[in-house]
Design a protein around this ligand. Structure first.
Ligand code: HEC
Length: 96
């Protein structure tokens, strides 16, 4: 019984530590994206392309948005492009 605990405990701790950053990371990216991309239009325009555009196409799209006046720096551009380009449609909470 004790051996099982000794083995299980580090595993549990690892699971908690590994899961937490990815969870909050996704929430941060969601917040960043919502903050940067919903000033001029809602997410409907964006949802159409979730699961269809890859990160490169999103990067181009965001550059086009910058030409329309979107205030996004280079790091944010890459972060949002990666986020939208790898997001699965059914996991996009902002599209429901
Ligand atoms: C400064 C205003 C502004 C901001 C901020 C903005 N957009 Fe746009 N967006 C536009 C305009 C204007 C259009 C319509 C352009 C057109 O019809 O060619 C558009 C259209 C789009 C489209 C549809 C393009 C198509 O071909 O159907 C997508 C996708 C999009 N935006 C994504 C984003 C994303 C992602 C962000 C955040 C990085 C963002 N937008 C932020 C102004 C903005």
């Amino acid at each position: 019984m004790r051996t099982a605990l000794i083995i299980l405990l580090p595993v549990l701790i690892m699971v908690v530590f590994l899961k937490e950053p990815t969870l909050s990371g996704a929430q941060n990216k969601d917040a960043l994206f919502l903050n940067k991309c919903t000033h001029c239009h809602n997410t409907e325009r964006i949802c159409k392309y979730i699961g269809r555009y890859n990160p490169l196409v999103w990067r181009k799209t965001i550059e086009y948005m910058q030409s329309k006046g979107a205030k996004v720096d280079n790091t944010e551009k890459i972060t949002i492009a990666m986020y939208l380009g790898t997001l699965q449609r059914h996991k996009a909470a902002f599209c429901k």
